[in-house]
Design a protein around this ligand. Structure first.
Ligand code: DX5
Ligand code: ZN
Length: 216
C-alpha cells in the first residue's frame, strides 16, 4: 500500500480556516491532522472542541486527532463526538495506557500512541498488538516549523521490526519537520503516514506540495 499524507492544520491560516480545509478536501491528502495542545503537556495551546465541531462539518478527510494533553481519558468521548476518526495519545501522558487505548477503541475510533523523540520504541512491546497506529514525534511537540530529528529513521525501522515481530498491522506515522527533502527516506524507513504542517501550508502551492509528498 502506498503511504498516506496528512496535512497538519496547525500551520494553516486560522483566519481562513474554511478555505484551507477546502484546499485539503480538493487535494490528494488522505487525512487531516489536528493538533490539540493544553499548555501543560506541551508549552503551547492550540484549539478545542468548538473548532473541531466546525471542522467536522467541513472536512471530507478523516480527522487524525493528535492529543498533546495530560489525562486525555477525560475527553476521549468528546473528541470522538467532535469527529475524530483516529485518536492518538502520548505515551508520556498516560499512566494507564492500556486502559486509555481500550477506552478509545470503545468509542469506535482508531487508537494511536505517540512517542516523544526521547522515548524508546521498545517501551511499546507489551501494547503494540493493541494499537492501530504509532506516531513518532520527529521534533519536540508543541510547535510547527521545527527541524527534523534524524534519529527518527532508526526509530522507524526499529518500530517496523517490532510491529512485524508481533504480526501486527499497526501503521507508523511521523510528525514534525517532514519536508519534500526527507519524505522519501521516511517512507523507505517504513513510515506509512507523513504529517506535514509547514511544508504544506508554508509553500506557495500547498496542493502541489501535497501531490509531491504523495508521489515522493
Ligand atoms: C507539533 C505537531 C505537528 C506540527 C508539525 O507538535 O504535532 O503536527 O503541526 O508541523 P511541521 O510539519 O511544520 O513540523
Ligand atoms: Zn501532530
Amino acid at each position: 500500500m502506498s503511504h498516506l499524507v496528512a496535512p497538519s492544520l496547525l500551520s494553516a491560516n486560522f483566519l481562513q480556516l474554511g478555505k484551507e480545509i477546502e484546499m485539503v478536501n480538493r487535494s490528494e491528502a488522505d487525512w487531516l491532522h489536528l493538533d490539540i495542545m493544553d499548555g501543560l503537556f506541551v508549552p503551547n495551546i492550540s484549539f478545542g472542541f468548538s473548532i473541531l465541531n466546525r471542522i467536522k462539518k467541513t472536512t471530507e478527510k478523516p480527522m487524525d486527532v493528535h492529543l498533546m494533553i495530560v489525562n486525555p481519558d477525560r475527553y476521549i468521548e468528546q473528541f470522538r463526538e467532535s469527529g475524530a476518526f483516529i485518536i492518538t495519545v502520548h505515551y508520556e501522558a498516560c499512566t494507564h495506557l492500556h486502559r486509555t487505548i481500550q477506552a478509545i477503541k470503545q468509542t469506535g475510533a482508531k487508537a494511536g500512541i505517540s512517542l516523544n523523540p526521547h522515548t524508546p520504541v521498545m517501551l511499546l512491546q507489551e501494547i503494540i498488538g493493541e494499537v492501530d497506529l504509532v506516531l513518532l514525534m520527529s521534533v519536540n511537540p508543541g510547535f510547527g516549523g521545527q527541524e527534523f530529528i534524524e534519529q527518527t529513521y532508526r526509530k522507524s525501522r526499529e518500530l517496523k521490526t517490532l510491529i512485524l515481530d508481533h504480526g501486527s498491522d499497526t501503521q507508523i506515522e511521523v510528525d514534525g519537520g517532514v519536508t519534500l527533502g526527507n519524505a522519501r527516506s521516511l517512507v523507505d524507513a517504513g513510515v506509512d503516514i507523513l504529517v506535514a504542517g509547514n511544508a504544506v501550508f508554508g509553500s506557495p502551492d500547498p496542493t502541489a506540495t501535497i501531490h509531491q509528498l504523495k508521489h515522493c
